[in-house]
Design a protein around this ligand. Sequence first.
Ligand SMILES: O=C(O)C(=O)C[C@]1(C(=O)O)C=C[C@@H](O)C=C1
Length: 135
Amino acid sequence: MSSSPDQRAGDAAHHVDPEVLEELLAMRASIDNIDATLVYLLAERFKATQRVGVLKARHQLPPADPARERNQIARLKRLAEDAQLDPEFAEKFLNFIIDEVIRHHQAISASETVSAPEADTRSEYSHPSDSAEPR
Ligand SMILES: O=C(O)C(=O)C[C@]1(C(=O)O)C=C[C@@H](O)C=C1
């Protein structure tokens, strides 16, 4: 599943000296490995949040937990600063992922309501994050 040097060369192959291209390709090989790791990490994270979504739906917990999110963002921003990563970017990235997780939680909750009609008190539950407005 790794990309070949030809695939890594992209448009640059036509525009740069061979030595420069060689260095660029070496860096792109590293970027490819990092991107693959990101995909695997995200897949594992979504597997974990999927289980949280089922748990929340079964126990009538709201999809979003704003206090937990605030703590995660504060922690991640501190880590980003230590790692010389832009903390604002780290915050945006985490929020982007969490928004997607909440959409998944809402979908699980909707399907659990259908498949578990005994939990009919849930329909009376309301939480700010349950509104139809996108976050
Ligand atoms: O920890 C939870 O309660 C989750 O649902 C997971 C998660 C996350 O993706 O980290 C997602 C939504 C919540 O608002 C907080 C955190």
